[in-house]
Ligand binder design. Structure first.
Ligand code: PFF
Length: 453
């Protein structure tokens, strides 16, 4: 079979396209579905503060490291590590990322499927006249129904695969440039509505006024896991996107813009959701059902609820789609570059394989709802292990690689575009990736395991 021709590799066409695509990957269900409920469960503002600390001290450096590895090597994560450090087993980190992509997309597409059902319900006015109990049982019934959520999941995977099938520039970049501005506009409108609700101030206080007594080791690990998950770092997604960045573009400003956009949207999602939650007297620690049960409830009590529900679930669908494509791209790039399968076939094979695992994940919320490991279902295991284990472990090795193994000159050369842009804090960046970030990640783990503290 003919080898993959690296000289014909697809790439992003413009800086704005890269930022839209990478921010599209980062901004997703992690911001709008996961961030509010994890923040709600972990005490609000104190969690937010630790989260912000992790974004700045660890998230941005890991993101820049991923871009650096990707663009240097112009390869998928497995190929990148193999090329940059020949003869050493670093490619295992790339492989772990590809496995993580399978796991993440399997459970992520379950929830992405729910967002489609809820968009459909909003369009058909399916919430109207329902009591809170009815909305609650409607969600539980749908979630555990078996085939309905599977059908939506398959449809969502089909959309994802369609964009990836079209390629990097004509697929990922094109759709990200259309969808991201729409997403921004919708979230702004919803925020304005939420903060002008009577009683909104309690929600803002919950989000912004820290209560440090809530902090314990597992809250810190959750904040780290959420930072990794939300920024799409630690599994090679941004190595893959980095490999499509043009040699002219500035990697550090891209990493900072993308991280800032992601954090801004997570906070906006909190600002959109908590005031409404408090204004209607709902418990913020509602868990994963927060946006699917609580919000329809709130919308139904609001004037113009039909419109707000529609807007909100459209937002979720868009956010999910620009993220699922980035995860699928990791697997497709690997299949096509390393296994010599042409891109279109690789897309079909990868999508089908992931969808099969995803279907089990969806069914684990319903007919197959039984403990998979310990007391947890397959869905819970995949969600928890990918965010809180795979991504931070991947991130740990990525910074170690850039800090200690890639060669200072190579790193400097790539980040500065051969001396064109100087990163003013380059030495500081090196200290972070060599020492601070690895120690911080390791400490969070050791605390969690009860070995420290
Ligand atoms: N960052 C995405 C979100 O916040 O929804 C989720 C995600 C995408 C995680 C891509 C990891 C990844 F590689």
């Amino acid at each position: 079979m003919a080898k993959f021709d690296f000289s014909k590799r697809d790439s992003f066409g413009s800086k704005i396209g890269i930022i839209a695509a990478a921010a599209g990957s980062a901004i997703g269900l992690g911001n709008i579905w996961r961030f509010p409920y994890v923040t709600g469960e972990n005490g609000g503002a104190a969690f937010l503060l630790i989260y912000l600390g992790f974004i700045i001290m660890i998230g941005i450096p890991v993101m820049l490291s991923e871009f650096t590895i990707g663009r240097r090597a112009q390869r998928n994560p497995f190929g990148a590590f193999r090329l940059l450090k020949k003869g050493q087993p670093w490619y295992l980190i790339g492989l772990m990322g590809i496995a993580a992509a399978f796991f993440i997309l399997a459970f992520y597409s379950t929830i992405a499927g729910w967002t489609l059902e809820y968009l459909y319900l909003s369009i058909t006015d399916g919430f109207s006249g329902k009591s809170p109990e009815q909305l609650n049982s409607m969600f539980k019934k749908f979630q555990s129904d078996g085939w309905w959520p599977v059908i939506w999941q398959v449809i969502f995977m089909f959309f994802t695969a369609w964009i990836i099938y079209r390629g990097v520039r004509n697929g990922i970049e094109k759709y990200a440039k259309i969808l991201m501005p729409v997403l921004l506009l919708i979230i702004f409108i919803i925020c304005i509505r939420s903060v002008t609700l009577p009683g909104a101030i309690d929600g803002l206080r919950f989000l912004f006024k820290p209560d440090f007594s809530k902090i314990n080791p597992s809250v810190i690990l959750e904040a780290l896991g959420q930072a990794f998950f939300s920024l799409s770092i630690g599994m090679g997604t941004l190595i893959t996107y980095g490999s499509y960045i043009n040699k002219r573009d500035n990697l550090s400003t891209t990493a900072i813009s993308v991280s800032a956009a992601d954090t801004f949207i997570a906070i906006l999602a909190g600002v959109a959701i908590f005031p409404a939650v408090f204004a209607y007297g709902i418990n913020p620690a509602e868990g994963e059902a927060l946006v699917f049960i609580t919000l329809p409830n709130i919308f139904m009590e609001m004037p113009g609820g039909y419109f707000w529900a529609l807007l909100f679930f459209l937002l979720l669908v868009i956010a999910a789609l620009t993220s699922t494509i980035s995860v699928l791209e990791v697997v497709v790039a690997f299949f096509s570059e390393e296994l010599n399968i042409n891109r279109k076939q690789a897309t079909i094979i990868a999508s089908i394989a992931i969808t099969i695992l995803g279907v089990f994940c969806t069914l684990s919320q319903g007919p197959l709802n039984q403990p998979f490991i310990g007391e947890n279902t397959l869905f819970e295991i995949l969600e928890y292990t990918s965010a809180n284990l795979f991504l931070p472990i991947g991130g740990f090795f990525i910074v170690i690689f850039v800090g200690w193994f890639m060669g200072r000159k190579n790193v400097d050369d790539e980040i500065s575009n051969s001396g064109k842009f100087k990163l003013p804090l380059f030495n500081f960046f090196l200290v972070i990736v060599r020492i601070i970030a690895p120690i911080a990640i390791a400490m969070v783990f050791l605390y969690q395991l009860g070995i420290l503290g």
